[in-house]
Ligand binder design. Structure first.
Ligand code: SF4
Length: 436
């Protein structure tokens, strides 16, 4: 029996893709291997959104070629987010370079589907965990942010049917899934064709808010997340739906920059003031919600003054976490034509400024958790300690046992650090309903 190993890079969407790729490989007779060395076939689900991620693929290809020297039958496939120009360069480094579309075509049941995306969504994934699962609800993006390769590699937005998503979520809940993360490159732009499948009692007009309402009703599912939303599509309905009992108390809302000129060059379609207004609205509806964001430093044309505007916005929004990226031009995107005019050392300095600010703000915010009880879904265990995420997406560690993985506990916090809270379990927390 041939064995496969899937390596996923980049975002949660890629991790979700890798579960569908694994399902396809198992349907055609492969069994999972523990690591790449024990596999006959390695599939890399790549991310080419940033140049650095593409550069790493060459390193991976070199590492995998060493296995080939020991096992001449060993094969490699590169798939995922790969731009056509990268594909050309990478052919020859892997045995096959395929679009996801071509890879899922290996399945036989595509005939009754209208499009490859529809077919793709119908594949039952090989979930990597049972208690916390990614459920893609749409793919692609119509926004064309000037630095981003996603619309070119993933294509335009395609939303999955409501009926399909709810069937998958119900099936997952019956199998013991407690947490569902709804995924999409532009998740709150969800626009399904089968709006008629929303319940008549559904109070929301915006399809994404309406979907959150439907998933919230599913018994057994205790938590819902979603990623990644665009500020432009955070309508009043979506903000209101954040208060649904099972939606976690955390929102990841990409900012990218806090300066209007830079935001315009990035084609983000909002200003710094619009973003702050949105944050105020969200905080008013959901007091205590934790906020995460993405920021790119050193974008072409980002002057010292412009960067300072990002710093000021950061202080006002008081993010709990920011994923900081140093800008690098991505061939094929609109921004690649701009002059990359911020020197590398200055980009790094700006990243460090935000990193230090983030650590200061998050420590202050985390200290407010001391003495409070948070609800933690345990996902890891090491040396007598359980670790999991609270509903605010804070990592929480407490003394426990391995068999607590996959269960939700109330934990009283007694110590707070930048990236972890520590405390003691105060019993199971089977339902979130009592909390909000
Ligand atoms: S909204 Fe996100 S996925 Fe779409 S183009 Fe912008 S950064 Fe890329």
């Amino acid at each position: 029996m041939k064995k496969y190993f899937v390596m996923a890079f980049g975002c949660q969407m890629n991790k979700s893709d890798s579960e569908r790729v694994a399902a396809v490989l198992e349907k055609i007779g492969y069994k999972p291997a523990k690591n790449e060395k024990q596999a006959d076939l390695v599939v890399l689900v790549a991310c080419s959104v940033r140049q650095a991620a593409v550069d790493r693929l060459y390193g991976r290809a070199r590492e995998l070629s060493k296995i080939k020297k020991i096992n001449p039958d060993f094969k490699t496939i590169l798939t995922g987010c790969v731009l056509p120009q990268d594909k050309k360069k990478l052919i020859g480094k892997f045995d096959l370079v395929l679009d996801l579309k071509q890879l899922v075509d290996l399945e036989k049941f595509k005939n009754y589907c209208q499009s490859w995306q529809e077919h793709y969504f119908k594949i039952e994934p090989r979930y990597s965990t049972k208690f916390s699962v990614f459920v893609p609800i749409m793919t692609g993006c119509n926004n064309f942010c000037s630095y981003c390769a996603v619309p070119y590699v993933r294509g335009r937005e395609v939303s999955r049917d409501v009926a399909d998503i709810l069937a998958e979520a119900k099936n997952l809940s019956e199998k013991g899934c407690l947490e569902i993360t709804l995924l999409g490159q532009n998740v709150n732009a969800y626009r399904p064709a089968d709006l008629k499948n929303f319940s008549k009692k559904n109070p929301y007009k915006h399809p994404f808010a309406a979907l959150l309402w439907e998933v919230n009703k599913i018994n057994g599912v205790e938590r819902m997340h979603f990623t990644a939303p665009h500020p432009r599509d955070m309508t009043d309905d979506v903000i209101d739906a954040l208060t649904l009992p099972k939606v976690v108390n955390y929102l990841h809302l990409p900012l990218q920059a806090g300066d209007d000129k830079v935001l315009k060059r990035m084609n983000r379609s909002y200003t710094a003031a619009d973003y702050l207004k949105l944050v105020a609205k969200i905080n008013k509806k959901n007091p205590g919600i934790a906020l995460g964001t993405d920021i790119i430093v050193g974008f072409p044309g980002e002057t010292k003054r412009a960067f300072q505007n990002t710093v000021e916005l950061y202080k006002k929004a008081e993010f709990d976490i920011a994923y900081l990226a140093i800008y690098s031009p991505r061939e094929g995107t609109a921004a690649a034509k701009f002059r990359d005019d911020v020197p590398r050392h200055e980009k790094k300095r700006r990243r460090d400024v935000l990193q230090n600010l983030m650590e200061k703000i998050v420590l202050e915010k985390n200290q407010k958790y001391v003495g409070k009880v948070v609800s933690v879904l345990v996902d890891d265990y090491k040396k007598g300690k359980c670790v999991g995420n609270s509903r605010e997406m804070k990592r929480v560690r407490f003394p426990g046992k391995k068999n607590m993985i996959g269960k939700i506990f109330n934990v009283k916090i007694d110590k707070a650090f930048e990236w972890i809270l520590e405390g003691e379990a105060k019993g199971r927390n089977p339902s979130t309903k009592a909390r909000r």
